[in-house]
Structure formats: C-alpha cells, structure tokens
Design a protein around this ligand. Structure first.
Ligand code: OOG
Ligand code: NI
Length: 478
C-alpha cells in the first residue's frame, strides 16, 4: 500500500491531548474529579449567559462549548537542551510552536520557559492544547555539588524511545508530516516520555541532596521521564470552581493568582490543588541496576510530591500598555498585601486594580486590550466623516463592526511562580539561585529555534482582522 495520507495536525493534537488527559486521569484520579467540577460549572455559566440572552462575548466568553470541553494546558520540566530539541520536534508534528519567554529566576527558580501552542486562530479554535515547557538553567545553581549530580543524572537518562526518534526522523524527511498509519504508535511513544515512572533514576541519596537544594531540581533530574506535572482545564468562573473544590475537600491554594475578579476578565486567573504525595522507589546506590532486580525490598520505598491539579479562567489579551499597567498594579498590590490574611489580600487587590478600567469599550479606547474586529452586517451608504473621530469607532457605534476581545492564550510568569511555590513547601527557594536575569537567546539556542514574540502575535491578529474588515467595506482601516 502507498501510505501517502498525512495526518492532519489539528486532529492529531486533539487525539494526543485526549490521550494525555486520560493517562493523567488514571495517574492522578483527583484530576478526574476536577474535570467534573469544571464541566458542571461551565455548563451552568453558559446556560446563564444564554438565559440572559446576552451576547456571548459580554464577559469575553467568545468560546464554543466544543473548544471549552477539550481545552487544557499541561506543564513539563526538562533537564537538557537535547531533551528540549526533541520535544520541540514532537510538538511540531502536533502543530505546536514555541511562543513567549518566561524568566523564572525572578521567583528564585533555576529555570526559564516557553509555551508550545498552535499559532493559527483556526487551529486554536479547533484545539488550543498548550504545554508550558521549562528548561533547567544549571548555571544558576549556587551549589557545585548539586549541579554536578543533576547534570550527571540528566546526561545518563534517555526519556525518548528509539521508536519515537525514528518516527520523528521519517516525518521530517517528508516535510514534517506524519503518515496516518504511524499516528497511533507516535501518540503512544510520545506519551510515554510524559508518563509517571514510579522507580527513580537517582539513588535515594542523590534525591535527598538535590531536594535539599531545591525540590524542583530533584523533580527535574531524578526521574526516568519528563512526567507531566499538571493538566489544567479552563473554567468560565474560577471563583465558583474554587469554592466547589474546597467543598469537595480538595486542599486548594488559598489565593487565586493573577488579576482579581472583574466584569471584564483580563489575562489569566489560576489556582490549584496541592501536589499529592506519590510513592517512589529508589536504588540504594549507583551500582544497583535500575531495570534489574526491582522486587519489593530491593529498593528504598519513599515518596515524592510534584504533581497537582490546576484550573484557570482566561480573559482578554492586553496590549503592551495594558501589560505595563497590570505589572505595576500587581507589584503594588503585592506590596500592600504582605502579611495579611487571604481575605484581606483579595480586598486589597480588587481595590488596587480599580485603576484598570472595567468596560470593554473603555479598555479598547484606552488601548489596553487587543480586539478582533468583525463585520456585523453588510453596510451600504455609510455616512462616515473623519471629522466625527476615528472611522473604526464610528463603524462600531453604527453596529457595522463588532470588537471582540482576543482571548489571552498564554501564561504569566509571576502566576507560574506562585503555582510552583505553592506546590513545593520549600523555604529556601531563592537561596539556591544566583542572580542573573532573563536569557531568551540562551533558550532559543538550546532548542535551536527562535521563539515567537507574544505581543507581536496578538498585535498581528488584531491588524489582520482590521485589514479584512476594511477590505470587505472597500477601504483601509487602521
Ligand atoms: C509550571 C508552572 C506554570 C502555569 O499555569 O502558569 C504553569 C510547572 O509547575 O512546571 O503551568
Ligand atoms: Ni499550569
């Protein structure tokens, strides 16, 4: 047979994300419970919106239930440039590309990150699966010993099967496309790189040394896979899900990361339930084989805490100006919040964020958010006059053009850091990292690809929509 049909990347990504979700559900059953809570909440929010006959985007909820019910992000922590380069190739076959740079050293973590996700709007609509992918920066570790042990462990491990590597090679020869008859095996082999491996690659001593330096370091370097450490469904009402999680007895974080609750949601609000204690078995010493005698008693039985459940509510993407305002208000509220209770902290944040306008119209007019412009009705004989202000605004008030806030598809470094910290119970997190700053070039070199710029991406989406609307109206909009 001539197997010349290639898999559609959007379909493949959907299958992969679903397979990963079911793997994680069986590994971490609490994640399954969380999915149920989120599904029920989303259903009732959408019912509400429909019952009130509001336009569905009045809260920035321009999302279909189809997209929503599959929407997830995951996170992995990689140890070496080699691992990152292979992962990049795996994601490429799934139509996911690196966008955005996240410096986590600002939070005392020896790593930086990017997000792999679809870049086309149609692909995002079909399945927006994204993976927050961090890479260890060994050069930031203060302890020589910890650096040596972790690099040694990472150097010895191989998280990818030969079958997977071969499939990647073959697909790339064909221009980065996967034969349909290879999809099942590809999904299985790729998934295994993200699966939980209950027998550690490190000895117990090595684990203890790295964990004392930083629990994240132990999580990155001591295992045989790059286990997915959480999978996050998107909710339309994070406050409601947060409450339901606590009612269901889950040990949830006490504060929600990101901006406070608003009429017009912006960026990203996130919270999580804490990482679970999971059984892990370690070798006594390096002479003991990992794959040989693993019967009970031959290994040290211990546990590790890394994997958790998270939820998020997505709002509008903000412009650079909006982002600067967000960052300033976040810093301000953090300063004022220091040492207060969670309840008080929420109050303070809400008050500080009053400065961030809260109607879609004002947000747009102040150039704080990005919008997609859509033609609402065929327009003939428009009486437009540039003396009456910007043409675009006239079209919007005449109901000819609609401005729909663009959903923020990415992450926030301070929120990520907050999520990391809450799952580590580490007291000395900033002491193990030397001050150094962002290194976008370093991450790009490590993966041998350039990383798309976040702001440029949203700005291009907005511009394209303007151009399209202008074209159908027969003039140029800007
Ligand atoms: C990644 C944490 C960041 C998010 O949603 O901000 C993240 C990690 O814990 O490895 O997933
Ligand atoms: Ni996350």
């Amino acid at each position: 047979t001539t197997a010349s049909t290639y898999a559609n990347k959007d379909v493949l990504r959907t299958r992969f994300a679903a397979a990963m979700s079911s793997m994680y559900r069986s590994e971490v059953p609490l994640y399954g419970d969380l999915i149920e809570i989120v599904r029920n909440t989303n259903k009732s929010v959408l019912n509400d919106v429909n019952a009130k006959a509001q336009p569905s985007d009045s809260r920035g909820i321009n999302v279909t239930i189809e997209r929503l019910s599959q929407e997830r992000h995951g996170a992995i922590r990689l140890g070496t440039p080699y691992e990152l380069r292979i992962i990049k190739r795996v994601f490429e076959l799934l139509g996911m590309y690196p966008i955005g740079y996240y410096d986590l050293s600002i939070a005392g973590l020896p790593m930086h990150a990017t997000c792999f996700r679809p870049l086309e709007i149609s692909s995002l609509d079909s399945n927006p699966f994204r993976v927050f992918t961090t890479l260890l920066r060994p050069e930031l570790l203060v302890s020589e010993n910890a650096r040596r042990i972790s690099l040694d462990l990472l150097d010895k491990r191989n998280i990818f099967s030969n079958v997977l590597l071969k499939i990647l090679d073959e697909a790339e020869v064909k221009g980065g496309r996967l034969n349909e008859d290879k999809t099942e095996i590809f999904i299985q082999e790729a998934l295994s790189a993200f699966s939980w491996q209950p027998i550690a690659a490190a000895t117990f001593d090595q684990y203890e040394i790295l964990k004392a330096e930083h629990p994240i370091l132990a999580d990155i370097a001591c295992f045989k896979s790059a286990h997915i450490n959480h999978l996050t469904p998107r909710t339309l009402d994070i406050s409601a899900v947060d409450l339901a999680m606590k009612r269901a007895g889950m040990a949830a974080k006490d504060t929600v990361e990101g901006p406070p609750a608003r009429e017009c949601p912006i960026l990203l609000r996130q919270t999580s339930f804490l990482a679970l204690e999971e059984a892990v078995r370690f070798r006594w010493n390096e002479n003991q084989s990992i794959d040989g005698d693993v019967s009970r008693g031959a290994l040290i039985e211990a546990s590790h805490r890394a994997r958790f459940g998270e939820i998020e509510e997505r709002g509008a993407a903000v412009t650079q100006k909006g982002r600067e305002l967000y960052d300033r208000l976040l810093r301000e509220s953090q300063k004022q919040r220091a040492g207060t209770t969670a309840l008080k902290a929420a109050e303070i944040t809400t008050k500080v964020f009053n400065e961030f306008l809260d109607t879609w119209r004002e947000l747009r007019l102040q150039n704080l958010i990005y919008c997609e412009f859509k033609l609402k009705k065929a327009a003939t004989m428009l009486s437009l006059d540039s003396k009456n202000g910007p043409i675009l605004e006239q079209l919007i008030s005449m109901n000819v053009v609609e401005a729909v806030p663009i959903t923020y598809e990415d992450f926030l470094p301070f929120s990520a850091a907050g999520i990391f910290q809450s799952n580590l119970q580490s007291s000395n997190s900033s002491q193990c990292v030397s001050q150094s700053g962002a290194d976008l070039k370093g991450l790009e070199e490590a993966m041998n690809t350039s990383i798309s710029d976040l702001d440029a991406w949203y700005s291009a989406v907005q511009m394209k929509s303007l151009k399209d609307v202008g074209k159908s109206l027969g003039f140029t909009l800007e």
